[in-house]
Design a protein around this ligand. Structure first.
Ligand SMILES: NC(=O)c1ccc[n+]([C@@H]2O[C@H](COP(=O)([O-])OP(=O)(O)OC[C@H]3O[C@@H](n4cnc5c(N)ncnc54)[C@H](O)[C@@H]3O)[C@@H](O)[C@H]2O)c1
Length: 437
């Protein structure tokens, strides 16, 4: 059944493209706006520029039903839209300051083409205050319209977890805060036509903005806690995975988190800085969040140190040694390199004089490591003698330990504690995980 409202989605990435696909499948006419010509071309062909099974399924369904998202960089089409969802990136700069350039430019592009009666929803993750203090003033300035009177505004943070088989854009519950009660009801209603997940109405936009920031900070803090425990338990000779498994038997008040060679992605290592920096501006210091960031940022160094120590035991120096990094994405079985700790590991190894090789079958271009990139697993194994597994894609987990042994691999550092530890030990390869040896 076709829905009468027209929807515009600004930014066709990990967040915008699934939402646009789902809205189109639910019968809305959908414009997808982006500034990247190759993304526009792919989306217009019902193709995904992102390697994600559930997204590809959505696009295949669209193709089958002979439906398509109209992808464009022509923002005058905004005029036709009843609801506009902003899904542009919210990165941090080198100094960890929030970079709101995409939110500001998307807001300006919308504002120049707005009309009365529209609803503008920010889905990007931001600190409390961005929607009302940054976005609305731009929308009002360039449109000459008044928020809350001529148009409605809301924040509804996206919680998608790319690669998650159970939770997807359709079934994840959503929280919404809007400028007016009327706007809140209208926007909640349109979401309920697109997604199946529960829709929770909050009392303010700021509360909705804060929800997303605390969700991701909660993860960052808990991961930092287990990373700290992993480093401590390495000294105690206690296996952190066994301890987490034990603690998880408590039927309440414990939630397992796992240590690793670092935290990556566009969200967890980024979003806490949004709160840290904004709170600092208004006179509050988030000591806890800052410490969590510091601990998690240190994990690539710790991983390289583990390798260096094991090499020392074998009387080998890291300088001039051939070290391979297996998997460069921030987590396994996806194609997203953003903020991946594997890059920091590579740069640390290079700084220490190692010859570095990287193998990442899920991504074509490994920016900054073009010379280090190898094309096949066999080439990788023939070049590296010491390996750090930074992203254990499922195909890597299927490589038998004796293949590493035959290739002359002496040490393997399991950056996500996912390898079959005993198999490597049996082959006489030195195995070290993160708090798990
Ligand atoms: N990636 C995730 O898993 C995830 C999950 C939940 C929330 N988020 C949040 O959602 C937001 C979007 O993240 P993403 O991962 O989808 O980013 P992305 O980089 O995958 O996609 C963003 C898209 O926006 C486009 N774009 C940038 N500036 C634009 C502009 N001015 N006008 C039109 N298009 C523009 C880019 O070309 C790109 O295609 C961020 O705030 C992020 O924190 C991301």
């Amino acid at each position: 059944m076709e829905n009468k409202n027209i929807i515009g989605i600004i930014g066709l990435g990990y967040v915008g493209l699934p939402l646009a696909s789902l809205a189109r499948l639910k019968g809305f006419k959908v414009y997808g706006f982006d500034i990247n010509a190759s993304i526009i071309e792919k989306v217009n062909n019902n193709e995904s520029h992102i390697e994600d099974k559930s997204l590809k399924t959505l696009l295949a369904k669209l193709k089958k039903e002979n439906k398509k998202i109209e992808a464009t960089d022509d923002f005058t089409k905004i005029k036709e839209c009843d609801f506009v969802f902003i899904c542009v990136p919210t990165p941090v700069k080198e100094n960890h300051m929030p970079d709101l350039t995409p939110v500001k430019s998307a807001s300006e592009s919308i504002a120049k083409n707005m009309r009365r009666g529209q609803c503008i929803v920010l889905e990007s993750t931001v600190y409390p205050g961005v929607t009302e203090e940054v976005m609305i003033p731009i929308l009002e300035k360039f449109s000459n319209l008044k928020a809350g009177i001529d148009f409605d505004v809301a924040h509804c943070p996206e919680r998608i977890d790319p690669g998650n088989k159970k939770w997807n854009v359709s079934n994840i519950p959503r929280v919404i805060g809007a400028l007016t009660k009327d706007g809140l009801d209208k926007i909640a209603k349109v979401y309920s036509k697109i997604i199946d997940g529960e829709i929770i109405k909050l009392s303010s936009i700021k509360a909705a903005e804060a929800v997303k920031i605390i969700e991701n900070s909660f993860r960052d803090i808990n991961i930092a806690f287990v990373n700290e425990l992993a480093m401590s338990f390495d000294k105690f000779g206690i296996d952190i995975l066994e301890v987490i498994k034990g603690a998880s038997t408590k039927p309440f008040a414990f939630m397992p988190h796992f240590p690793s060679c670092g935290v990556g992605g566009h969200c967890i290592p980024v979003d806490p800085y949004y709160l840290i920096q904004k709170a600092k501006d208004i006179g509050f210091e988030h000591k806890f969040l800052k410490l969590a960031r510091e601990i998690n940022n240190h994990m690539p160094d710790y991983t390289v140190k583990i390798l260096e120590n094991e090499m020392k035991k074998l009387k080998i120096r890291l300088r001039k040694a051939n070290v391979g990094i297996l998997g460069m994405t921030y987590k396994e079985n996806i194609d997203d390199l953003r903020e991946s700790p594997a890059f920091k590991i590579a740069h640390l190894l290079k700084k220490k004089g190692a010859n570095v090789f990287v193998f990442e079958p899920h991504v074509k271009n490994i920016r900054g490591l073009e010379k280090e990139k190898v094309e096949t697993l066999d080439e990788f194994l023939s070049k590296a003698q010491y390996i750090i597994v930074a992203s254990p894609h499922k195909e890597f987990l299927q490589i038998p330990a004796n293949k590493f042994k035959d290739a002359g691999i002496k040490i393997i550092i399991d950056g996500k504690n996912k390898l079959a530890r005993e198999d490597f030990k049996k082959e006489g390869i030195v195995y070290r995980g993160i708090g798990h040896n």
